[in-house]
Every structure is written in structure tokens, then in C-alpha cells.
Ligand binder design. Sequence first.
Ligand SMILES: Cc1cc2nc3c(=O)[nH]c(=O)nc-3n(C[C@H](O)[C@H](O)[C@H](O)COP(=O)(O)OP(=O)(O)OC[C@H]3O[C@@H](n4cnc5c(N)ncnc54)[C@H](O)[C@@H]3O)c2cc1C
Length: 476
Amino acid sequence: MTSSLFLEQARAIVGEQRVLTDAHDTDIYQRDWRGRYKGSALAVILPASQSEVVAIVKLCNQFDFAIVPQGGNTGLVGGAVAKETSRPTILLNVSRLNRVIEIDTQNNSMTVEAGCILANVRTIAEENKRLFPMLLGSVGSCEIGGLVSTNAGGTGVLRWGNMRELVLGLEVVLADGTVWNGLRALRKDNTGYDLKQLFIGAEGTLGIITSVVLKLFPRVDNTATAMVALGGVSEAVDLLRMMQSTLGNRIEAFEIMSRSQIEIVLAHGNGLTAPMSMDSLWYVLIEIADSDKDWDASGQLEAVLGQAMEQELVSDAVIATDQGKANRIWDLRHHVSECNKKAGFTVSNDTSVPISKLPEFIDKVTARIAAEIPAATLCHVGHMGDGNIHEVVVLSRAAYPTPEACEDVAARVNLLVHEESVALNGSISAEHGIGKMHVERLVRFKPALDLQLMQGIKSVFDPKRLMNPGTIFVGA
Ligand SMILES: Cc1cc2nc3c(=O)[nH]c(=O)nc-3n(C[C@H](O)[C@H](O)[C@H](O)COP(=O)(O)OP(=O)(O)OC[C@H]3O[C@@H](n4cnc5c(N)ncnc54)[C@H](O)[C@@H]3O)c2cc1C
């Protein structure tokens, strides 16, 4: 009765077609990208404006219903699906808030609604002779509000920073329906606490982001891309340092992939091919870029890689001679998640350690997986320039035929990887967030005082605990 009254009033706000309750219509929203979580929301609601979001949030307050914000639903930790709780939950998908509000090329900023897809934002920036540098494998589906809420990383963090560094302002509908207007385009503003930073990375637990002011940059069109073979991770760390001292901040991306990972991409990537022989255990994908058209990008890359070969850091390298070849190199990296999904049951981790500790971390994880997890293929892939490595274990369907067997071993793999990263002063989640996947792990590894302060912030912004129950915090 309460639910039907709620739905009737929600339909009056957003329209009959924008309140979905039929399983056939809601399935795509209620299931996470990896297929690990199935949500239990009463309805999926699709508002088209900030005022509709406000009205729905106020309605939820009136009925004491919980709210899970959702963007492109590409998150990898189950943050955008509704957990079963004692009270009804609605999934508030903001994809229809997809207008570009303003582009200020003199201020190098762009104001967009939260439902804008990253690929579209990048294209519009480019049409205005600017760059919005965030780039990740889900570029065609993930949305700005989701990227902000997860403080997403991607392949460009080394040069441009993660989402936290790319946001100038935010507008947020708070848990009680009040609008917090922090939609400013300032690069300097020391007027007390920087409140926007609290919402960045909050995974929808403090409010619903409706608009964002993004930082733009001059385009850096003069690029060179290479794929490099090396003997080990230590050599990759040395190569990164050598390149940084020669090229400064022109290194756009520095991504590491083990051969085992590339082999999975080649097997499941629908025609993707390797541009070089696969006889090394480790590969690094590199892009350097500058806005100066006269700068010899390929020549510079060739020179530094030649020097690295003389010092026996690099055994082989291929430099892309045109954009098509560069794209083919990057396709290997950007199809990782999709191909791993096809390869079997994958357990993926998102850890970071200080870059200097990466070789030790990888050695320890490799040894423990070999000793403790039978019939597992271990792949390493990640944003090496940020110390962020994804330790991916692919379990063969023959050895682990049931979901229960997979879940059990997944828990063992995660614990082992997290233990090794924390032992080296690392993080259990470098860029994907906590979501529903790591809530218990957070309690185990985050210092008690940190958790207490986080709970305090949650109580200020969401005293009724309506926002995204079960995400970041255990329980409702
Ligand atoms: C192929 C692939 C590659 C990926 N590569 C990377 C990578 O390299 N780096 C990386 O960091 N991530 C990566 N991801 C993860 C994912 O794309 C990012 O986390 C992205 O930021 C999620 O955006 P989304 O719009 O899909 O958010 P969703 O999945 O819809 O939501 C993610 C979280 O944000 C919250 N949220 C969403 N919108 C809002 C809003 N408007 N207001 C408040 N809260 C909101 C949700 O409640 C949820 O907790 C990858 C995912 C895939 C599928």
C-alpha cells in the first residue's frame, strides 16, 4: 500500500514512463557490470532535471525510502545497485540529466549535468579546441556524476590526476532534498572547508550530484605511443624514472601488462592482435604528448627507449607510426575488463602501493597465489605510473564449476592481495571505491579513527541514512 502510493506520486513527478518496476525493464539497471550483484530496488526512477531529483528525494524522505544514485552502471564494486534492507529502496538513475550547461574556453572550464557520458564530454571539449583528459575503458558508458562519485582514475592520472583534480565545482541534492550549490569555476577558493571534496569519492552516500564544473586543458595533439617488452617490474620502475627525468610531465600514460593478461585479451578480443612478439613476461604501454606541434614526439620516444635498451632495461620496443597503430596498442589495454569477463570467473583487485614497492608486492602476491590457489591464472595489469596494479585471478570453469566455489576462492584471493598491499603501506582500493564489495574489508584495514570521522561526516549529511545503504559503511 505504502509502496503503491509512493510509486503513484513518483509517477506524478517524473512521468508514467520514467518509473520502472517491471523486472524486464529494470534488469539492466539492477544488475552490475560484472554480473556479481543483483539489486533489490522497488523501482528505477529516471528524472530529467535537478528539480525532479529534488522532488523525488523529498518524496523518499516523506516515505522513509532509501535512495541509490546511479549513472552509467559501469562501477566495479557494486556501489550502484540496491542492497536488500529493512526499508524499500529506489534506484535513482541520473542519465537523463545530460545537458552541457556552459563551456568557458577563456576559463578552461565546462559545466555539465551529471548524466553526461564521458566520451561525449571529451568530444565536445575537443570541438572547442580543449582537452578533458579523463580516459578509461568504460569511456563510452560511464557518466560524469559516477566518475566524480568514485573519484575515478584511468590511464591519464600520472599526468592529469584523478577525478578529484579535474573538478572545480559541484551541485548536489542533499539527502533531505536541499540543493547545495557549489557550482563555481574557481581555481582558488580558500573560504573554509572545501565541501565539494567530501562528495568526490563518496559513492553516492552523501547526496546526489546533479551538475559538475570540469577543468579543461589545451589540447595535446602531438603524441607518440609505444609498446615495450621488459624482463621484470623493477626494470619498468627504472624505465619510468628514466623517462620522467628526460621528458618531465609529458608522459601521458605508463601502463603495465603481464604476458598472461595480454594473452587473454588476444584470445577474447575479437581480432585484436599484438604489434610485437609475445616472448617477454612483461610489457609496458607508453604514451607521451605535448601541445607544441614542432616537438618531435616519436624522435624523443625513440631516443629514450634506445637509451633504455643500452642499459638493458628494455628488450624490445615498437613505436606506432600512425594513429591507427597507436589505437591498436591501446585497444589491448582498454579491452582488459571485457576480455577477462569472457575468459572465466575473474577475481579482480584494485590495489596501490608506493611505486618503489611494486616489484616486491607483485613477487609476494605471485608466490602466494601459486601456493594457495590451485588452477588459477594470475594476470597483472594496471596504472603503473600511479602504483595502482590490478591483480586479476582467472579461475577455470572446469576447476570451479559452481558460483559458490568461485565466491569462496574469490574471498581468499582478495584477502591475500589486500594483506600484501596493506603490509607495504598500500591501499585495498586505489580507484574503484568500496561499494558493497569491500565494506567488511574496510573495517578490517582502515584505522578506527578514520572510520569514526567518516561516520561523523555521514551523520551530518545523511542523518536518516537514506543514501546508498550498505555502500562504504556496513549495514544500513
Ligand atoms: C571496462 C571498464 C574499465 C574501467 N576502467 C576503470 C579505470 O581505469 N579506472 C577507474 O577508476 N574505474 C574504471 N572502471 C570503473 C567505472 O567505470 C568507474 O568507476 C566510473 O567512474 C563509474 O561511472 P558510472 O557513471 O558508471 O557510475 P555508476 O556505476 O553508475 O556508479 C558508481 C558509484 O557512484 C555513485 N553515483 C553514480 N552517479 C552518481 C551521482 N550523480 N551522484 C551521486 N552518486 C552517484 C553510485 O551510487 C555508485 O556508488 C572501469 C569499468 C569498466 C566497465
